[in-house]
Design a protein around this ligand. Sequence first.
Ligand code: UT7
Length: 352
Amino acid sequence: MGLVPLAFLQRIKRSDTMYNSKITGLGFYVPDHVVTNDDLSKLMDTSDEWIQERTGIRERRHVVGDSDTTTAMGVKAARIAIERAGIDKDEVDFIVFATLSPDYYFPGPGVLVQRDLGLRTVGALDVRNQCSGFVYGLSVADQYVKTGMYKNVLVIGSELHSRGLDRTTRGRGVSVIFGDGAGAAIVSREENPDKGILSTHLHSEGEHAEELSVIAPGMGKRWVTDILRDNDPDDISYYPYMNGQFVFKNAVVRFSEVILEGLKTNNLQPSDIDMLIPHQANLRISQFIQKKFGLSDDQVYNNIMQYGNTTAASIPIALTEAWEKGKIKKGDLVVLAAFGSGFTWGSAIIRW
Ligand code: UT7
């Protein structure tokens, strides 16, 4: 058989796919332990005023001891999503797990979810795209469901940041921002082509990889043995580094671009958006996007004030919460958008 002509492939449009996909179940879990800005100001030179003014964050959740892990939180969120999707766990065909804070260096948490939820020997894929991990994961699930390969895909975003933060004045630019938690979605087959996930849009710019990164332990620059050998109290290579202002400037541009790209693909306008769920990076970023697109407070959902930035978990937590509060209704146009380390960014356009 010869090669498939390119012109033929280019003619394959959404309407030619066998199925559409939609989110049928959502769940989230955050640890009970609340850490306020005042709690942090006892550990480092910071203040409630600085944190709220620069980020909008009032409090976040931190795992205490070994009560929860990234996988365990993901499993809790997943159980709720599976139940709400109205399926049996044996109907889950595939797992996509997005995190930057896995339980182990390897294997990734996807297989731990397969084990801990007692799923059949379904495939498990780990996504390493940080803040845009959930949108990337959703996009993977969307493609598998649209092609007909799978009927129900479990997508999880979960993060346990607190154990890996520098909670001293040295690390204050980063450590006040991040929180722990997990969110999950079931992406299922949908026959109606006008309903569900209409499109997803993914991008990266590795030129800025180190601007928001944890470089150690890694096989590239510094492995655990190097850290132990040097035994250097000033070594901060294993703490997150963020060039905050540079990330901020890129975020506002990329968020806007990728939302517009998604809308344009579907012949929609910003005014068609019923609910925008931005990755909860910084309330100031969300407010900038809201203003730029002329959206009202009811058209943008933010919960960074309560949970901080939970990276790959922030969108599924916010989406679940917005849905639970009745802020997302049948027929609504829901837009998800994320930007973060990599840099990577993406959006998903969903007809609920
Ligand atoms: O989720 C992935 C994507 N992430 C983002 O999009 C985050 C983007 N960036 C940001 O949100 C902001 O850049 C931050 C919230 C991280 C920082 O806010 P900023 O307004 O950019 O502050 P800055 O880093 O420029 O720091 C301003 C000052 C500095 O002091 P000097 O040099 O002016 O004396 C910092 O040392 O604030 C100081 N500072 C703090 N002060 C009190 C930094 N962190 C803190 C803190 N408390 N926690």
